[in-house]
Write a protein of this length. Structure first.
Length: 317
């Protein structure tokens, strides 16, 4: 049968036997009252079940594809630690619109509309890894007490009211930061804030450590879908040497091109510009090549592109 979400208005199909469902567009949990009729579910505590994928297997499949990894990394590695953590996350859907006027009386607007997960755990290594992660929103279930016995269970370190305040403050900061990018000074003409609470979710995260030769390496894997959030892995000496060599080549190329332009244009500034340009390309390679351990992720590159002023404001210290 077809139902319509009470929040975003989207229509979607659900099986006739379903009693609860989640909107695939805005992630609101709905209770089916009658055929074709739904309302927002009263329950606001959920969890995600873990995928059937073995997290260590997902990790090894990812690591052995990375550049510079020893060919025997999978065969010669052994799992040291495997911990399932249930991380508390408050979910909100936020919308905001700010209308401002600059000293020249020009009117500009700043807008934000985003699905917001707010991690409600103490700041530690896991928090730092997860703060930029894009969590799954489909497939969650109503919370069961048995979840607390399945792994390391983290209670929220602040309540729903505090979470709402943090999200609201972040939305205001993000809107003002956007407005400030267009006008250093402005007067607020109107402000609209809409913050919809979507529940507390305990989200599964695997923490793994494995040993290769004489060193340990750590990794974080999304327990809901098996994505590798962050993984450390060994690099061969050849791969490290190649990266350092490329870094030196970038620096040299920048200096040479800058020198040639300096002779043609009779200015020293092109040399400085060339070295800076070469340095920008060289520094990541130098840093990576200097370490025996490298880090990579299946998701961070995408996530960094998706970050908005709101998320930068949300976890601002």
């Amino acid at each position: 049968m077809k139902v319509r979400c009470t929040y975003c208005g989207a229509e979607f199909e659900v099986p006739d036997t379903v009693k609860t469902t989640t909107c695939p567009y805005c992630a609101l949990t709905l209770t089916v009252k009658a055929p074709g009729e739904v309302e927002a579910a009263a329950v606001d505590h959920f969890y995600f079940p873990t995928t059937s994928l073995d997290p260590y297997r997902s990790l090894m499949n990812f690591v052995r594809r990375e550049y510079g990894v020893p060919s025997d990394v999978e065969a010669s590695s052994s799992l040291e630690k495997r911990e399932l953590h249930y991380v508390p996350i408050y979910f909100f859907h936020v919308k905001g619109r700010l209308e401002v006027e600059d000293p020249d009386r020009r009117v500009t607007y700043a807008e934000e509309g985003i699905f917001c997960p707010l991690i409600a755990m103490r700041r530690n290594r896991m928090f730092d890894v997860l703060r930029n992660h894009i969590f799954a929103v489909r497939g969650r279930r109503f919370f069961e007490e048995s979840v607390k016995r399945k792994g390391v269970f983290h209670e929220p370190v602040f309540d729903r009211e505090e979470a709402h305040k943090r999200v609201r403050d972040a939305l205001i900061r993000a809107l003002r930061d956007e407005a400030r990018a267009n006008a250093r000074k402005f007067r607020v003409r109107s402000e609209e804030l809409h913050i919809e609470y979507r529940g507390l979710v305990h989200y599964p995260i695997w923490y793994l450590t494995y040993r290769y030769q004489d060193r340990s390496y750590e990794a974080y894997v999304d327990g809901a879908d098996g994505r590798v959030i962050l993984a450390e892995y060994p690099q061969t000496s050849v791969a490290r040497a190649i990266q350092i060599g490329l870094a030196i080549a970038f620096l040299a190329a920048g200096g040479i091109i800058g020198g040639i332009l300096a002779l043609l244009m009779n200015t020293i500034y092109t040399v400085i510009t060339g070295l800076i340009t070469g340095g920008v390309a060289a520094i990541p390679l130098l840093v990576r090549g200097a370490r025996r351990k490298a880090r990579s992720s299946e998701v961070f590159e995408l996530e960094e592109k998706l970050q908005s002023p709101f998320f930068r404001a949300l976890y601002r210290k």
